[in-house]
Design a protein around this ligand. Structure first.
Ligand code: ING
Length: 308
């Protein structure tokens, strides 16, 4: 008997710096309604889906920085999203900037079930970019400055009749992200991203940004026998072009649904969680084939150390 879950990759186009959260929530609700019309059970939104990608600017006024963060979830402006999702019986993944009562700052995602309950929370592990102002860059990428490192690590949750996990953006480039959840039996990984086309330290990679986006998610799906749903905040946002390429990838590594443009757009697929088994039980039967006694460096060593 197939365990089917119909998922929408709910891509967003640009969010302007001065777009109100209420205005953005209207776009998210429009995605919920269209997803429902298309028979979805679960809707995956991007990373930092409530505001513009503010780490592109160097800011020193903490009040200004904190204006991009949510102090409660749901809060007054996001409650309508939770209400509509519950009314439609839809679950969703939402990426947002989290400011805790203790004053800690995280790049966060939550998983909300069809009853409107937050069943899981994840805080971004791999914070890319830099900490100090680098004015020579066309734009900044100050996630190391504005966010604290994760205190959750990579976890999975039983929901939607399966085992679901979460990641955020740069996490998808690191094979450890998928494997740590794979070792917990994950069957579907949801991840949102905000990825500029141009990467200042490596402009020669720019033309490959959509290829790299797909490469890492397809590899992660196949090597761990799980579904991967990657969802972009796309388009030219405050003058910075960001890639689209939202897609739903089967445990085979094959992309089964993808967006075509770089605006607000849904890519939908009916995902059979039982399709994971043929990979988890054969090629990637971890218990039978893995050799952790030879993998020690992966945990012991941070940077590469070439031989003398
Ligand atoms: N964005 C980018 C990402 O990992 C980046 C940062 C772009 C890193 C290109 C390397 C190359 O997709 C976020 N928000 O992590």
């Amino acid at each position: 008997m197939a365990r089917l879950i119909t998922v929408a990759a709910a891509q967003l186009g640009p969010i302007a710096r001065n777009d109100s959260r209420s205005r953005v929530v209207e776009r998210l609700i429009a995605h919920l309604r269209e997803s429902k019309r298309m028979g979805c059970d679960l809707v995956v939104f991007p990373e930092l889906a409530l505001t513009t990608f503010f780490p592109r600017w160097y800011m020193t006024d903490q009040a200004e920085i904190d204006s991009f963060f949510e102090r409660s979830m749901p809060g007054p402006e996001t409650q309508p999203l939770f209400d509509e999702a519950r009314r439609l019986g839809l679950g969703f993944y939402l990426g947002y900037a989290e400011l805790t009562p203790e004053g800690r700052h995280f790049n966060t995602s939550i998983l909300v079930d069809g009853d409107g309950l937050i069943v899981g929370k994840y805080r971004k592990v791999h914070l890319p970019g830099h900490r100090e102002h680098e004015p020579s860059r066309r734009f900044q990428h100050l996630e190391k400055r504005y966010f604290d490192p994760s205190d959750t690590g990579f976890r999975v949750w039983r929901a939607f009749n399966g085992i679901l996990g979460m990641a955020i953006c740069n996490d998808r480039r690191w094979s450890e992200t998928y494997r740590v959840m794979g070792l917990q039996g994950v069957e579907m990984i949801m991840l949102g991203y905000n990825t500029p086309v141009h990467n200042p330290p490596a402009p020669d990679h720019d033309d490959l940004s959509l290829f790299h986006n797909q490469l890492v998610m397809q590899a992660g799906a196949y090597q761990n026998g799980c579904w991967v749903v990657g969802v972009a905040k796309a388009g030219s946002e405050e003058g910075v072009p960001m890639i689209g390429g939202s897609q739903i990838i089967a445990p085979s590594g094959v992309t089964v649904a993808a967006t075509r443009g770089d605006g607000d757009e849904l890519a939908v697929a009916c995902c059979d969680l039982d399709a994971c088994a043929s990979y988890k039980n054969t090629t990637f039967n971890f218990a039978v084939h893995r050799m952790p006694q030879h993998y020690g460096l992966i945990v012991e060593r941070k940077g590469a150390e070439p031989p003398p």
